[in-house]
Write a protein that binds this ligand. Structure first.
Ligand code: SF4
Ligand code: F3S
Ligand code: FES
Length: 248
């Protein structure tokens, strides 16, 4: 069964733009990205949208649908009523390149600031031996498809451009936690998490966890444990004594 839906889509570039209204055909089983593609094919050939897999796995088609961050390819039209106006806008935290396409280079910049896995010297690849529990712990974080919807929704940077230099965002604070939990990683992740990557800005509102399409428990399983690790270290009497002696 097909019907005509009302779509309101943000169009613009170079810092300027407005919402444009469309009436567009919807067929059974379609998702929001299908409708955007139909708009391109029939009414707005220059409408810009980023996508790749159409299977919820590449993380490219992040957008805001009725004000909520969503993957366009995983948002079924059947979740809306036929008379509803569906508003599609680009992710708000990142600058718009054109229409629904945002410049997410902030995230890649943050990724580059985090040193990669750092094993102890003298241990060769193939010699690492890990407990299954340690493997499983990071497995959840590795489901991340880098859609950046968690970073998009976090209030620390959503309307606060000034916080961006000092805040890696939930996606990359989770990456730091993943590395810190790795039994063979010897880099100092705790001080840098707090001092360079803004772990202290996170006040565990959990908005990031709510929007994650991979259902990763970012706050409970990565951010809160990382905060505990940082605090443990700060109040560890041996570390405290070491610092005292060292500073003399
Ligand atoms: Fe997207 Fe979830 Fe990865 Fe954040 S943690 S980038 S919301 S998949
Ligand atoms: Fe932001 Fe998630 Fe913390 S939304 S404040 S990083 S719990
Ligand atoms: Fe790949 Fe939507 S197109 S996640």
């Amino acid at each position: 069964m097909s019907y005509k839906a009302k779509f309101r889509v943000w169009r613009g570039e170079g810092g300027e733009g407005k919402l444009e209204d469309f009436t567009v055909e919807v067929n059974e089983g379609e998702v929001v990205l299908d409708i955007i593609h139909r708009l391109q094919a029939t009414q707005a050939p220059d409408l810009a949208v980023r996508w790749n897999c159409k299977a919820g796995k590449c993380g490219s088609c992040s957008m805001e649908i009725n004000g909520r961050p969503k993957l366009g390819c995983m948002t079924r039209m059947s979740t809306f009523t036929e008379d509803e106006t569906i508003t599609v806008t680009p992710m708000r935290t990142f600058p718009v390149i054109k229409d629904l396409v945002t410049d997410v280079s902030f995230n890649y910049q943050k990724a580059r600031e985090i040193p990669s896995f750092t094993p102890p010297s003298g241990v060769e690849p193939g010699e690492y031996r890990m407990q299954q529990i340690d493997v499983e712990r990071s497995q959840e974080f590795r489901k991340c498809i880098e859609c950046f919807m968690c970073n998009n929704v976090c209030h620390v940077i959503r309307d606060h451009e000034e916080n961006k230099p000092g805040f890696a965002g939930p996606r990359f604070l989770m990456r730091i936690a993943e590395l810190d939990m790795h039994p063979y990683d010897v880099a100092d992740r705790k001080d840098s998490a707090q001092e360079e990557h803004g772990l202290g800005y996170c006040n565990i509102t959990k908005c990031c966890t709510e929007v994650c399409p991979e259902h990763i428990k970012i706050t409970d399983n990565a951010l809160i444990p990382m905060k505990e690790r940082v605090v443990d270290r700060k109040y560890d009497p041996l570390v405290w004594l070491g610092n005292k002696i060292f500073k003399r």
